[in-house]
Ligand binder design. Structure first.
Ligand code: ADP
Ligand code: ADP
Length: 232
């Protein structure tokens, strides 16, 4: 579960103060597919970076699975980061490494044995439908296939939370639909909590059960998708 209590984030740069987040209160339950929608500059990425502990709040607290991030020691922080996977609009794959290696990297960094890694990577690539592409390089894949590699890599350490930052924004509508269905299946099969940042209403309507609407650093509406937006 993810909770934000009275969170502010203020950036100071070159004498300019930007209030990126203004009194954010948010509650994401285990297994939710939670959409965060808003225009560019609304504060969505900043919010996700706080959940992922890449930024610290200027005020308020971020609570992950019942514990405030601010109270974590460095070991707990490392454990927490393994429990949160991320996928990105630009995929962020290592272009000079094979699909296999891209997915294996989090497991190598986590110090897993060769036998464990071999088994797990195989399982992950099958899960995302790329069982036959282990030896390919990202440059040989389509956008949808690259994002499948991104998803496999994000799931490698078996996280309970997957943060998706405009994960389908670079994809055509048909591929977007396929990736969203894969994410939904993963959420249900492994009880993974999904947080999806998007500027596209169709993404919210397709798979989210809850939504927060952001404008200028504030959440202006939050709740069940059907209550906030009505039936599609
Ligand atoms: P979104 O993801 O919705 O496009 P962001 O969270 O990226 O919004 O940005 C929210 C606001 O905070 C913007 O005005 C942006 O310029 C500002 N901002 C984000 N990160 C920084 C930073 N590191 N330093 C200064 N300002 C920032
Ligand atoms: P590097 O990135 O150092 O060039 P490679 O990506 O070629 O390394 O592979 C490093 C190790 O990863 C290999 O020794 C092998 O054990 C494993 N490996 C790489 N590709 C595959 C694959 N397609 N199937 C199974 N194991 C692989």
């Amino acid at each position: 579960m993810i909770e934000l209590h009275d969170v502010d984030k203020v950036f100071q740069r070159k004498g300019i103060t930007t209030r990126a987040l203004n009194n954010i209160n948010l509650r994401v339950e285990r297994g939710d597919i939670f959409g965060i929608i808003g225009y560019s500059g609304a504060g969505k990425s900043t919010l996700v970076r706080l959940i992922n502990a890449l930024e610290t709040p200027s005020a308020g607290e971020v609570v992950i699975n019942g514990q405030a991030i601010g109270d974590f020691n460095s070991k707990q922080l490392r454990e927490m980061k393994k429990d949160i996977g991320m996928i990105f609009q630009g995929f962020n794959l290592l272009e000079s490494k094979t699909v296999w290696k891209n997915v294996a990297i989090p497991l190598i960094l986590a110090g897993k044995s060769k036998a464990f890694i071999a088994e797990r990577v195989k399982e992950l690539l099958q899960l995302v439908g790329l069982g036959d592409r282990a030896g390919s390089y990202p440059g040989e894949l389509s956008g949808g296939q690259k994002q499948r590699v991104g998803i496999a890599r994000a799931l490698a350490t078996n996280p309970s939370i997957l943060l998706c930052d405009e994960a389908t924004s670079a994809l055509d509508p048909q591929t977007t639909g396929q990736i969203l269905m894969l994410l939904k299946r993963i959420s249900h099969e492994f009880n993974v909590t999904l947080v999806l940042i998007t500027h596209e209403m169709s993404v919210i309507q397709k798979i989210c059960n809850k939504v927060a609407v952001m404008e200028q650093g504030r959440i202006v509406e939050q709740g069940n998708v059907i209550d906030v937006f009505g039936h599609p």
